[in-house]
Design a protein around this ligand. Structure first.
Ligand code: UD1
Length: 417
């Protein structure tokens, strides 16, 4: 079992190119199933969630080849329709394969996603939307069987909540369905637009992404294509928090500041100086961190739930008391007890975390409870006095490419043991 060991207190400085977005690459890899030709996906981060997605594709009968940050998929000979249970357990977001498999093969089987580290992870919106599109769904012994004997049909769907996963699944199922599907109250996340850009480059006709109404005019066939994944806004925010807690200065390239407006404003309010231009950004935090007005996680363009743990970790070192309200997931504060081992002063009440800033954290042994909670421990460990040992880092490896090497290059005293 590997662990990350950090001797905290070193000021971060240097330059970094940010990896491709995890939340974009997974639905795009699922979408390659719909394409009858070779797809080349560039800027795929080397993270375990991408490996899991490639394994799912391979088990479905697709030819896959990984070449550095490119993934090649040829799904012309797709043979299966079952998302393997073991891989579904490894990665809840594999539910996004459902829309793609049903769209291509007309039937699909997945195991029930159940709960996850963040609390219950229902997929009722995914399933009710697919039903509207003519998919017959039965649930038996923990498996969900989806069948579209007459093919998937277009529908007009109003989501009760702008779910990212449900919006993606509807887009995938509708891309080659008969007729025009309309999604009202759709998710507006940049990763949805990236998925649509990929599908459109393969011949799909999708418009309205980025707004709350998306139109998908079904086409007969999608062809092979080439696509570059957008940068990961949550990973970018993680390196920014790492820099801020060490009073450092870094330049990040290959990012999209326009996808990060809500986060950038919180960083600025906390005392960081940010200069963004084009696809790069310089962050400095020389005068120390200060409390911020209450931060609430919301759907895009609001503050992302995934950046909550990272910002909370940073605010443990801010002067004054801050409050973070988690509105998306019910149980997203499990990592807080781990941060407390380093001396963080945080209390949680229902969906709120109250963070009382302290001058210094102290290195300790701790463990990751989930992906972003793990990243929060790295942020804390970089600033803490003494040695921090982080266990269960497979959570971090799900979403961060070369985080240890990258931080080392930025002057951190960090190693993988
Ligand atoms: C969510 C985040 C996304 C993040 C991802 C990974 C939001 C809106 N979505 O996407 O930004 O990258 O986690 O951490 O911030 N829900 C239902 N029924 C459903 C689907 C969802 O009740 O069928 C509820 C969930 O329980 C949750 C909320 O809707 O409370 C958000 O769900 P959704 O956007 O679907 O989650 P993800 O797609 O996992």
């Amino acid at each position: 079992m590997s662990e990350i060991v950090i001797n905290g207190g070193r000021r971060l400085e240097g330059e970094l190119t940010v990896q491709g977005a995890k939340n974009s690459v997974l639905p795009v890899l699922a979408a390659t199933i719909l394409c009858q030709g070779e797809c080349v996906v560039h800027n795929c981060p080397k993270i375990s969630d991408v490996e899991t997605s490639v394994k799912i594709l391979a088990r479905l009968g697709c030819k896959c080849l990984r070449d550095n940050n490119d993934v090649l998929v040829d799904s012309r000979d797709i043979a299966g329709n079952e998302i393997p249970e073991d891989l579904m357990r490894e990665m809840r977001s594999s539910v996004v394969f459902l829309g793609a498999v049903i769209g291509r093969v007309g039937k699909a089987v997945i195991s029930s996603p159940g709960g996850c580290e963040l609390g219950p992870r229902p997929i009722d919106l995914h399933l009710s939307s697919l039903k509207k599109m003519g998919v017959e769904i039965t649930e038996e012994h923990g498996f969900i069987y989806c069948n579209a004997p007459q093919g998937v049909k277009a529908a007009e769907i109003t989501l009760g909540f702008p779910s990212v996963g449900a919006t993606e699944n509807i887009i995938l199922a509708a891309a080659t369905a008969e007729g025009t599907t309309v999604i009202h109250n759709a998710a507006r996340e940049p990763e949805i637009s990236d998925l649509a850009d990929f599908l459109n480059s393969a011949g799909a006709r999708i418009c309205g992404c980025g707004s709350d109404t998306i139109y998908i005019k079904g086409v007969k066939r999608l062809r092979g294509t080439e696509h570059t994944i957008i940068p990961d806004r949550i990973v970018a925010a993680t390196y920014m928090a790492c820099t801020a807690v060490t009073g450092g200065k870094i330049k990040m390239d290959g990012i999209m500041p326009s996808h990060m407006i809500a986060m950038l404003s919180v960083f600025r309010e906390s005392g960081c100086n940010i200069e963004a231009s084009g696809k790069s950004l310089v962050i400095t935090c020389e005068k120390g961190l200060i409390r911020v007005p209450t931060v609430r996680s919301l759907t895009y363009p609001g503050f992302p739930t995934d950046a909550g743990p990272i910002i909370i970790s940073m605010l443990t070192l801010a002067k004054g008391t801050s409050v973070f309200v988690e509105n998306i997931f019910e149980n997203r504060f499990r990592y807080v007890d781990e941060l407390k081992r380093l001396g963080a002063k945080i209390t949680t009440e229902g969906r709120s975390a109250i963070i009382e800033g302290t001058e210094r954290l102290l290195g300790a042994s701790c463990k990751c409870t989930d992906l972003r909670g793990g990243a929060a421990l790295v942020v804390a460990g970089l600033s803490a006095k003494g040695t921090t040992v982080i266990n269960e880092i497979h959570h971090i490896e799900r979403g961060y490419e070369d985080i240890v090497e990258n931080l080392k290059k930025l002057n951190a005293d960090i190693k993988l043991v």
